[in-house]
Design a binder for this molecule. Structure first.
Ligand SMILES: [Zn+2]
Length: 352
């Protein structure tokens, strides 16, 4: 890499200086990045907050993160400068950020399986992220924000819609008429998964904590809402499917729900998981697995091709990013508290 010229200006950024509670988050002054060869400089107008940010802040067992780090995987904004040789975009283009990056030239990347690239990483986890006034990124990582889609919406959909799309469409192969159980319909991934499952013609059962979240999940298209605080989720799934069970379960809760998720599947059902927020030491009864012909599917993120397809559907109004609230960078710690307390329906977006 050629030496970059020294930055001449500064910017404000949210920073995780060390692992800890929400109170460790700082607003710091950093050098404004200078776009290198093949890169663009994005002026961030809105940056999404994800559960990943809270894991990065707290620290994850067995993973060493490059702290201090700017968190944030999602953003939308305006291209304000081009590095040498950056082609395909121009200044003043409205764009959104692809959260993942990879080598772009291996078999996984070239077959649209970027997350399986051995060099795959996420902004805000493996390198500085998007919660800053400016971010310099390779051209391939900024995609056109369709006209009519706001910066806030553009910062709300990439990570969660891509995650949910890849789980339901690419991994589980959801088909019209199938029944699907989506845990935590009020979460970012859940609120995306409800809409994607409906778009593919499925009947959607979802869990939500409390009547208010349940009502919002119905507005998004959920056919049946199960209040996991007041009812037995497994018994409700059996009742609502005439004892058959569902064809697909979307899991990201982990240890706490895993066994019941398996029991909620119909014969030939598929369980697809993208996370384990309550723990990763889940138990699987192998008799259920073979006798019922079940499939266990892991999934993480998705491809840029899928992201472009999602952006088109957002522009057409067929998928709707769900923004719970927009907060300034200064309230990043509050955003983390709200997410951890599950006091959010959909996404929190930060603005500079
Ligand atoms: Zn690759």
């Amino acid at each position: 890499m050629p030496d970059r010229p020294p930055p001449t200006e500064t910017m404000r950024a949210v920073v995780v200086p060390r692992h800890g509670g929400p109170e460790v988050l700082e607003i710091a002054t950093r050098p404004r990045p200078v776009p290198g060869p093949g890169e663009v400089l994005l002026q961030v107008q809105a940056a999404g907050v994800n559960h990943l940010d809270t894991f990065v802040r707290r620290g994850m067992p067995g993973i060493t993160l490059p702290l201090p780090m700017i968190p944030g995987s999602d953003a939308a904004g305006v291209v304000v400068a081009l590095g040498p040789g950056a082609a395909g975009v121009k200044e003043r283009d409205r764009v959104f950020v692809s959260p993942g990056y990879s080598c772009g030239r291996c078999r996984a990347c070239l077959s649209g399986n970027e997350p399986l690239c051995r060099f795959y990483g996420l902004l805000g986890e493996h390198r500085d992220g998007t919660q800053a006034e400016y971010v310099a990124l390779p051209v391939a990582q900024v995609l056109p924000l369709p006209a009519g889609v706001s910066f806030e919406a553009g910062a709300a959909f990439p990570l969660v819609f891509l995650t949910a799309w890849h789980m339901l469409v690419a991994r589980a192969g959801l088909r019209p008429g199938e029944e699907v159980l989506i845990h935590a319909g009020g979460s970012g991934v859940g609120s995306a998964a409800i809409q994607i499952a409906k778009l593919h013609g499925a009947r959607v059962l979802t869990t939500a904590g409390g009547a208010e979240k349940g009502a919002k999940a119905k507005v998004l298209g959920a056919d049946e809402v199960i209040d996991h605080r007041s009812s037995d989720v497994l018994a409700e799934v059996r009742r609502l499917t005439g004892k058959r069970g569902v064809d697909v379960v979307v899991e990201n809760v982990g240890q706490e729900t895993w066994e019941k998720s398996l029991l909620a599947l119909a014969k030939g059902g598929r369980l697809v998981t993208c996370g384990a927020t309550t723990g990763y030491e889940a138990k699987t009864d192998l008799r259920h697995l073979f006798f019922k012909g079940l499939s266990l599917l892991g999934s993480t993120m998705g491809s840029r091709a899928e992201l472009l397809q999602i952006a088109d559907l957002v522009a057409a109004g067929r998928l709707r990013p769900v923004v719970d609230r927009v907060l300034p960078f200064e309230q990043a710690a509050e955003a983390h508290r709200l997410l951890a307390a599950r006091a959010v329906f959909g996404k929190i977006v930060l603005t500079p």
